[in-house]
Write a protein that binds this ligand. Structure first.
Ligand code: AMP
Length: 420
């Protein structure tokens, strides 16, 4: 076949899907336990939502969005992230009239026209969680605690939680100016992109991977030296609540996060098992986003976890592939029909049962049972069947026993319980 998937767009195949389902299930359980509800938002939005919400001077809006004009001449964009859409939905449906505090999560694909490499794709999945309507630093700590709890629950190890405060509308402009002044004196060291960023969004230079740019910012002023007393108080409280919850963190004054809308608390969780694209998740507080898209003063905080990176870090020894509990191998026409009857019955009773659709030799049927990693095989022959019996084989130990067909379900459940 000549038609292939688009570069940077991946298929998640059946042998991988178990990991994805496992992670998604854990996310739902953990987040719902923390009082979050799922929200499903469209994949396409008006371009303006992102250009205003994320900010014109960000990499995403400047060069990474999949934007096109539809048949009616509207400019639409495949969502590059979920926060702006969730905020739009909160405003559009006036969720705040029911309760000003909304705790929402969303799982789905995002689209960014980035250069594909390991851990970076053009369609990638995120698990997003956001809290709207709470200014209290307790909630900053709450979302971070939930995030770490979730990552530990799915078995991730060797993680590092990094936090920073980015200041707010009152103190960040002064920092921005200082940073700009400092970097202007080093502008000859900056790459072409950063020369532009210097004018539009100097904080972004921290995220640039070019070596000379990294060297230029090595001694740059730190945002933490510029934040106002209100922001400092907020940040101190966040740290206190994190400590109360028993979390350890690293202060990273150079972590600025890519998007314009972040204010105050910013955080990332990195894994040293990941290589250059080492951020598993990132997030922060954004008290200006709602102003940009709806003119309301509503605070928000949240994070987005990259599914591909998370899945690649899952413990290797854990089994994620769904295995049949029972493979029914039938020898001859009568047993084949009986096999069909039995698997229907077993499936209705919740047993994962499989059979071979072609009546082949016992050997080839057992080969298939092996390939599917079935736990047990039931071998049905004409003679045994006449006596109401069949052979049950434990595929791992190869132990075989003759069992009465009348108690098949009970016997099977009993054996599976003994050998899960
Ligand atoms: P961001 O929305 O940029 O803060 O990203 C949040 C998380 O999404 C990151 O920590 C990554 O795990 C993941 N992520 C972001 N961009 C990509 C991408 N292009 N491909 C795969 N994962 C990504």
């Amino acid at each position: 076949m000549d038609v292939k998937a688009i570069r940077g767009f991946n298929d998640v195949l059946p042998d991988e899907i178990g990991k994805w389902q496992y992670v998604e299930k854990a996310a739902r359980e953990v987040f719902e336990g923390f009082g979050f509800s799922e929200i499903r938002i469209p994949i396409l939005e008006p371009t303006e939502l992102f250009s205003r919400g994320i900010g014109e001077a960000t990499d995403i809006v400047e060069k990474e969005m999949y934007t096109f004009t539809d048949r009616s001449g509207n400019s639409l964009t495949l969502r590059p992230e979920a926060t702006a859409s969730m905020a739009r939905a909160y405003l559009e449906h006036q969720l705040y009239t029911f309760d000003p505090v909304a705790k929402l999560y969303c799982i789905g694909p995002m689209f960014r026209y980035e250069r594909p490499q390991k851990g970076r794709y053009r369609q990638f999945y995120q698990i997003d969680a956001e809290v709207f309507g709470v200014e209290n630093p307790m909630v900053d700590a709450e979302v971070i605690v939930m995030l770490i709890h979730f990552l530990n629950r799915v078995g991730l190890e060797k993680l590092e939680l990094q936090i920073n405060s980015l200041g707010d509308r009152s103190c960040r402009p002064r920092y921005r100016e200082e940073l700009k002044k400092f970097l202007t004196s080093k502008s000859f060291q900056l790459c072409e992109d950063c020369q532009r960023r210097l004018q539009t969004n100097p904080l972004r230079i921290f995220d640039c991977k070019v070596e000379t740019c990294q060297a230029a910012i090595a001694d740059a002023p730190k945002v933490s030296d510029f934040i106002c007393s209100e922001c400092q108080k907020h940040f101190d409280k966040v740290k206190e609540y994190l400590e109360m919850a028993g979390l350890t963190y690293i202060l990273n004054p150079r972590m600025v996060r890519g998007l314009d809308y972040y204010t105050r608390t910013a955080f990332e969780v990195v894994s040293y098992q990941l290589g250059s694209q080492n951020a598993v998740t990132g997030g922060g507080r954004y008290d200006n986003l709602f102003q940009e898209i709806g003119g309301l003063d509503i605070p928000g905080i949240g994070f987005a976890i990259g599914m591909e990176r998370l899945v690649s870090l899952l413990p290797k020894e854990k089994e994620f592939v769904l295995r049949p509990d029972l493979f029914v191998a039938a020898l001859g026409e009568g047993p084949f029909k009986e096999a069909y009857r039995i698997i229907n019955q077993l499936r209705l009773a919740g047993v994962r049962a499989e059979l071979d659709y072609e009546s082949k030799s016992l050997k080839s049927q057992m080969r298939r049972a092996d390939k599917l990693k079935a736990r047990y095989a039931l071998i049905l022959g004409e003679e045994e069947l006449k006596k109401g019996k069949a052979v049950l084989r434990n595929m791992a130990t190869k132990f075989q026993e003759e069992i009465p067909m009348a108690n098949l379900l009970e016997t099977l459940k009993d054996r599976i319980q003994q050998n899960p």
